[in-house]
Design a protein around this ligand. Structure first.
Ligand code: DGL
Length: 362
């Protein structure tokens, strides 16, 4: 059992208000039946501990187990029947393809149970956006899947984990979240798994969907949606990884002034089946890199032009003659998410026309 910790001031006040009924009561649910939400804990800062209540950097991630996370937020019991599992206990920079396959398989198994209404995954924030998109493409259920993390460890003053977890459980148990794909609920905001990205190294509002916008808010114990995801996901996705034990190797090279072909050649030599080019601007390729990419394509490596910029569409046949060179463009996917889609695409085809259509569909 996780050692008792000094509850952050905010949680203590919240508990006090709840016990005196000063806060709005937990949402009254139809017929009084609470939804059954399963929490799959994987580690990260939300499960992190620091040397003191003022330690917000230099703490240790992935220390508190799922029982400790649930026990730290007794308010959960008012909004859902919560059960927990611990499929991983890692700092998320260490997540692997095998971890994603394991997590996706477990989420599908749990959601297939008729007694389960939704799933919350607690996760480190460093690769949270990649896990969100991987599950958006491989979970085959319309039931809510909500990923949540924190930017302050559980031991910190005003830790954001407890309120984030509370809101994530409400969202995962809500009817409003059904059929909307994998969602990320942090900082009172609801973002779509395909577009959300980490935009700040350390602040609590780090997860955003720049330009295209979040889907809605968590407020007053309830979700409030204002947009819907348009790309296909979850039950509309063709990617079934349930029997896979590995994924094709896809790597990312980064474009910059005065770049070179060293990294690309090394990846190709190491057996990469796909390369995501995190290009400058609209995926522009330097004269130094052009021949290396063409040689890699001729060796059968799939090349996807993405961009380091972070927003906008990488236009086909814009900064390169993709038709002639047989390259794919990432549309609006950032490089790390383009890698997720290309890995899954390569489990089904090496036909670049079909792969390009996947980047326009998911
Ligand atoms: N090591 C980072 C991770 O597990 C900590 C960041 C966080 O979880 O907020 O992703």
């Amino acid at each position: 059992m996780f050692a008792k910790r000094s509850r952050p001031l905010a949680s203590t006040l919240l508990a006090a208000f709840c016990s005196f009924g000063l806060l709005a009561a937990a949402p009254a649910l139809a017929a009084g039946k609470l939804p059954h939400v399963v929490i799959l804990a994987t580690g990260g800062t939300i499960a992190g501990t620091g040397a003191s209540s003022t330690t917000t950097v230099g703490y240790t991630a992935a220390k508190v187990g799922v029982d400790g996370l649930i026990a730290a937020v007794p308010e959960l019991q008012k909004v859902a029947h919560v059960t927990g599992e611990q499929p991983l206990q890692i700092a998320s920079e260490n997540i692997t393809n095998a971890d994603w396959l394991k997590l996706s398989k477990r989420v599908n198994e749990v959601l297939a149970r008729p007694d389960v209404d939704g799933v919350v995954i607690t996760h480190g924030t460093d690769t949270l956006e990649e896990t969100a998109y991987f599950l958006d493409l491989t979970v085959h259920s319309d039931k809510p899947v909500v990923i949540v993390g924190a930017m302050r460890p559980s031991t910190a003053i005003s830790a954001d984990g407890p309120i984030n977890l509370y809101n994530a459980v409400i969202l995962a148990g809500s009817k409003e979240a059904v059929g909307k794909g994998v969602l990320v609920a942090m900082n009172d905001q609801i973002n779509a798994g395909r577009e959300v990205t980490k935009t700040n190294t350390s602040t609590a509002d780090t997860f955003k969907t720049p330009e295209l916008g979040m889907l809605g808010y968590m407020q007053d114990n309830a979700p409030h949606f204002y947009r819907l995801p348009l790309r296909k996901h979850t039950s509309q996705s063709p990617f079934d990884v349930s029997h896979m034990t590995s994924l094709p190797q896809v790597d990312i090279i980064y474009g910059y002034g005065n770049d070179n072909r060293i990294a690309l050649d090394a990846f190709v030599k190491a057996g990469s089946k796909g390369i995501i080019y995190a290009g400058v601007g609209d995926g522009s390729i330097s004269d130094a890199l052009k021949p290396a990419l063409q040689e890699a394509r001729k060796q059968g490596v799939i090349i996807v032009r993405s961009s380091r910029v972070g927003n906008g569409i990488v236009a086909r046949n814009g900064e390169a003659n993709d038709d002639k060179l047989d390259y794919v463009v990432s549309d609006t996917l950032n490089p790390q998410k383009a890698r997720i889609l290309l890995m899954l695409a390569l489990t089904k085809t090496h036909d670049t026309k079909k792969i390009q259509q996947m980047f326009y569909t998911y």
